[in-house]
Design a protein around this ligand. Structure first.
Ligand code: ZN
Length: 150
């Protein structure tokens, strides 16, 4: 178990140092901005959605290690998925993040996102980890409002 924890920490560190899909898209079909006032995280998400499938996704902004790693991992996880699959994944991820820290959770279906499951032990960090996801949902819904986790 501690080996797994170490692996997860390395994965998070790697995505914090070298965020994947960092930047902007030239012609996104939708985009949204999200802020987490509690921590000061802010990011903008750019999506290219065609035929209901996420073709490409980028993000940029400034955030703490957890929010950056989460956004990076999310972009990898949602690329190539349909809006429905993305929304189901978000629900699962949110479920894990908000489950009690003293109880075992099944993260087998989450892939690399499982690395962030440990965040649930730090309630203040949950919003850092879910910011990119809330922002992504808002972008897919075509909302023009800035998303705030508050
Ligand atoms: Zn944060």
């Amino acid at each position: 178990m501690s080996d797994l924890r170490e692996l997860y920490q390395e994965l998070i560190l790697d995505h914090t140092k070298r965020p994947r899909n960092f930047g902007a898209l030239d012609a996104p079909t939708c985009q949204a901005r999200g802020i987490n006032p509690l921590c000061g995280d802010q990011l903008t998400l750019y999506l290219d959605v065609k035929d209901g499938v996420v073709q490409d996704v980028r993000f940029n902004g400034n955030g703490c290690a957890i929010s950056t790693a989460s956004a990076s991992l999310m972009t990898e996880a949602i690329k190539g998925k349909t809006a429905e699959q993305v929304s189901a994944l978000f629900q699962r991820f949110q479920q894990v993040l908000t489950s009690p820290a003293d109880r075992e959770v099944d993260v087998a279906d989450l892939g690399k996102l499982a690395a962030l499951a440990g965040v649930r032990e730090f309630p203040l960090r949950v919003k850092c980890a879910s910011l990119a996801w809330h922002t992504m949902r808002s972008a897919l819904e075509g909302s023009q409002e800035t998303v705030s986790t508050e």
